[in-house]
Design a protein around this ligand. Sequence first.
Ligand SMILES: Nc1nc2c(ncn2[C@@H]2O[C@H](COP(=O)(O)OP(=O)(O)OP(=O)(O)O)[C@@H](O)[C@H]2O)c(=O)[nH]1
Ligand SMILES: [Mg+2]
Length: 287
Amino acid sequence: MKSGFVAVVGRTGVGKSTLVNEMVGTKVSITSKHRNTTRFAIRGILNDADSQIIFVDTPGFHKPQTRLGERLNSVASDYLSGVDCVLYVVDATESIGPGDSGLAAKLDRSAICVVNKVDRAKSNQVIERLVEVSKFEFSEYFPVSARTGQGVVELVDEVRTRLPDGPRYYPRDVVSDMEVTTRVAELVREQLLKKLKEELPHSVACQVTHWDGAYLCCDIYVERESQKPIVIGKNASVLKEVGSTVRSKLEEELSQSIYLDLRVKVNKEWQSNDRLIDRIGYGVGDN
Ligand SMILES: Nc1nc2c(ncn2[C@@H]2O[C@H](COP(=O)(O)OP(=O)(O)OP(=O)(O)O)[C@@H](O)[C@H]2O)c(=O)[nH]1
Ligand SMILES: [Mg+2]
């Protein structure tokens, strides 16, 4: 039996969460076009007859502007070493910037470099990016598309060869160790991120406050009173759509009917306050 922990690190928005979902074969981590979508380390588990790979999706590195931002970088930093394998992900459609280079410098050369989004990049862009990252002298380079799955099986096969002998850390049928309440809060946030523009996604936090197996109450926090009507929408249209999408996803997963109550509240400047960030559950390594 081979098993081990594989950290997925990279700048925000390069597609780490999309890649983890594709490698695991199930959606364990939410994704969006906005920066800093992932707010804590998320484990996605890939089980086979004789191996178990525990992928750890990490928050994306970025220039922090808030206390939350600093904590997200710090969570990701915790996974740069001390794991069995590191996947360093870059975006094929964007030049390598100081953020990518700074992170690459902190990694062991045994890391695997993943050039993602090749479905969207022109072929000369993929070659350009491979030439750019070759200067980091990592052990392997994999051009992939987390969206279409191109190159992902080959990447996972390589990861498997890096695992040491070890036990099955989780039961074979488990793909994620996330609590159902955290999952619901994340699904609500993902639907909101689809609908919200500009800076608002950064201000939004979600937390389930009640779950008894059938009735779920999820608080949606914003930072200012003026943000509330945007999240609620005209005639509560945003909340209704978010609620109905999340409810049907959950009903399918849990095979039962659910009553989902979404409440929008102001949690003043929560992004700057460690106590509030802790209470919501963001900025932590092991959720
Ligand atoms: N075309 C294309 N888009 C992708 C691919 N992978 C991810 N994306 C898109 O890129 C955006 C960011 O993806 P995420 O997976 O949320 O990125 P992330 O690196 O986890 O971002 P953070 O959590 O903020 O660090 C989303 O809109 C994804 O749909 C890909 O292979 N091809
Ligand atoms: Mg992410």
